[in-house]
Design a protein around this ligand. Structure first.
Ligand code: ATP
Length: 118
């Protein structure tokens, strides 16, 4: 179950404070062009998040550095009930992990996201 509040998963506390060993990876939630998203639990707090895994190779290959940075900056700055929070990120030698607020209803998430395109 989702805990009462995010366990210090604030953007400020984000970078490098986390590693994959803090998380229990569950079922896949979906697949984007550059990464996969998994239902994930932060082990200590039991807080449920969506973990987006992006391979660095892909970022290199498609020159996505700038786009990814922009996406993260924007998501970090936004505070709105309809916008999923980015709680933090970390990486290992091969992958970047984005710790995202879990959207309970994937379809609703899709609709909101599509409606949010401008
Ligand atoms: N925070 C989340 N909570 C629940 N499901 C999610 C979340 N983020 C992504 N998903 C699921 O994973 C799928 C892939 O998401 P992702 O953001 O990687 O790619 P995308 O935005 O759909 O596509 P693109 O690669 O073109 O950006 C989504 O369609 C959705 O079903």
């Amino acid at each position: 179950m989702v805990g009462p509040e995010p366990p210090k998963l604030t953007p400020e506390a984000s970078k490098k404070d986390w590693s994959i060993s803090d998380f229990e990876i569950g079922r896949p939630l979906g697949k984007g062009k550059f990464g996969r998203v998994y239902l994930t639990r932060e082990i200590k707090s039991k807080y449920i998040v969506a973990l987006k895994v992006i391979f660095k190779e892909q970022i290199e290959k498609y020159k996505l550095h700038h786009q990814l940075r922009r996406e993260m900056e924007i998501q970090n700055a936004l505070r709105h009930p309809n916008v999923l929070r980015l709680y933090g990120w970390f990486d290992d030698s091969e992958r970047i992990f984005l710790i995202l607020e879990y959207a309970h209803n994937g379809e609703l998430f899709k609709e909101l996201r599509e409606a949010g395109h401008f």
